[in-house]
Design a protein around this ligand. Structure first.
Ligand SMILES: Cc1ncc(COP(=O)(O)O)c(C=O)c1O
Length: 392
């Protein structure tokens, strides 16, 4: 037996294998039947295979499912949620253009504009997502892209997406929504006329905090091809095992999203009653910033993530100690995984101005996992006691 017989083995498995989970195809090389087939194959078309980077049955399946999840038509996979933001920026923006970003955006979106897009002569401005008029006055003939995010990062304000998108449409400017919070489940972004969504699949679609991946979804064919060309030229590939894991995650995303939402709301209400807390930031709570827009757009759905602001009498050291005293909530970034997480943020270092409507004090963000909610509440109670306050 020589190596050739092993590499070019004549056995071919019977066709027709079928199972609930699509098989995990792994390839850089794709084999062609003939030179003409090789020459005719167009990497931009999804009716065949050209090279691993351009797609396999596994990546095409995930892309199709994600397009359905988000209410779009086309989907591209990228190595992370942040890479999806980069992909949209680089596909749509040229030197001399401007991008507008909400002031409560996911921080690295802004950092990309400040540190990277600026090197290509692309400028940016922040706008107040809670004030469509502010967006309107910042739009100019140089604005080629407006980022949207709902709810806002860390402070959880829910913007009136309908009004913001209407302003952009009046100016003919492309909109891209970071749809990670809504996950395609809280609302349908394309029904609101958004042009592009990006989604950190790292969060709910994975659901296990075990991988990084992102997607870009569009409905418009021309926009999709523009983004796809850029995606291909930069060589953004994803690993087949990670694609497989996201496909597994999608089977349960609806159940997990609802369960984490319910648990988070229960804990948010519990914290709202505590003496130590000045404000709970969760768009589903009555009186929350953007609550009316949230209700109109999301009905009654929300992600399992919220923040609290402690009363100003507590020092940062005390709040850091509160976070460290939690036993089930682990200190860690990201969200939508099985384990509950906590992060003490220094809001004053993240925003140019303290956000309107947010109480002054130390801010802590909670991401609710899949633990028993009674255990999580007990954990919060025992840690609040370390602050020397009355705990209900
Ligand atoms: C709203 C939002 N968008 C994008 C990202 C980026 O995702 P990734 O960690 O996959 O780059 C994150 C990550 O925390 C996020 O919270």
């Amino acid at each position: 037996m020589n190596s050739t017989a092993l590499i070019h083995h004549r056995y071919a498995p019977p066709v027709g294998f079928n199972a609930p989970q699509v098989s995990t195809y792994k390839a850089s090389t794709v084999i062609f039947e003939s030179v003409s087939a090789m020459r005719e194959r167009n990497w931009q078309s999804k009716d065949g295979y050209t090279y691993g980077l351009h797609g396999t049955p596994t990546t095409f399946t995930l892309e199709a499912k994600l397009a359905t999840l988000e209410g779009g038509e086309h989907c591209l996979l990228t190595p992370s949620g942040l890479a999806s933001i980069a992909c949209v920026n680089l596909a749509l923006l040229c030197s001399g253009d401007e991008v507008l970003i909400p002031s409560n955006c996911y921080g690295p979106n802004l950092a990309m504009a400040q540190n990277e897009l600026s090197r290509y002569g692309i400028t940016h401005q922040l706008y107040d997502a809670m004030n469509p008029e502010d967006l309107s006055v910042k739009l100019s003939s140089r604005t080629k892209l407006v980022w949207l995010e709902a709810a806002g990062s860390v402070t959880m304000e829910f913007p009136d997406l309908i009004a913001l998108i209407r302003v952009c449409q009046e100016y003919g400017v492309t909109t891209a929504l970071d749809n990670t919070w809504g996950a395609g489940l809280a609302f349908n972004a394309f029904d609101l006329n958004v042009d592009i969504t990006i989604h950190a699949l790292t969060k709910y679609p994975s659901g296990s905090a075990n991988l990084l991946m992102g997607s870009v979804v569009t409905k418009d064919d021309a926009l999709f091809h523009q983004i796809r060309r850029c995606h291909m030229h930069f060589g953004w590939g994803v690993g087949a095992n990670d694609v497989e894991a996201v496909l597994v995650g999608l089977h349960t995303i609806v159940l997990r999203y609802a369960a984490q939402d319910q648990a988070a709301r229960g804990l948010a209400c519990y914290l709202q009653k505590q003496d130590a807390i000045a404000q709970v930031l969760h768009p589903a709570l009555d009186g929350a910033i953007g609550h009316v827009a949230w209700k109109k757009i999301c009905g009654n759905k929300a992600a399992g993530i919220f923040s609290v602001v402690f009363k100003p009498q507590f020092t940062q050291a005390q709040i850091d100690c509160f976070c460290e005293s939690l036993k089930l909530f682990k200190l860690g970034y990201s969200w939508a995984g099985p384990m509950s997480l906590v992060v003490p943020y220094k809001l004053e270092t993240m925003r140019a101005e303290w956000p309107a409507g947010v109480a002054r004090g130390c801010l802590v963000r909670f991401c609710i996992g899949l633990e028993d909610v009674t255990d999580l509440q007990q954990d919060l109670a025992q840690s609040l006691q370390t602050l020397g306050v009355n705990v209900l």
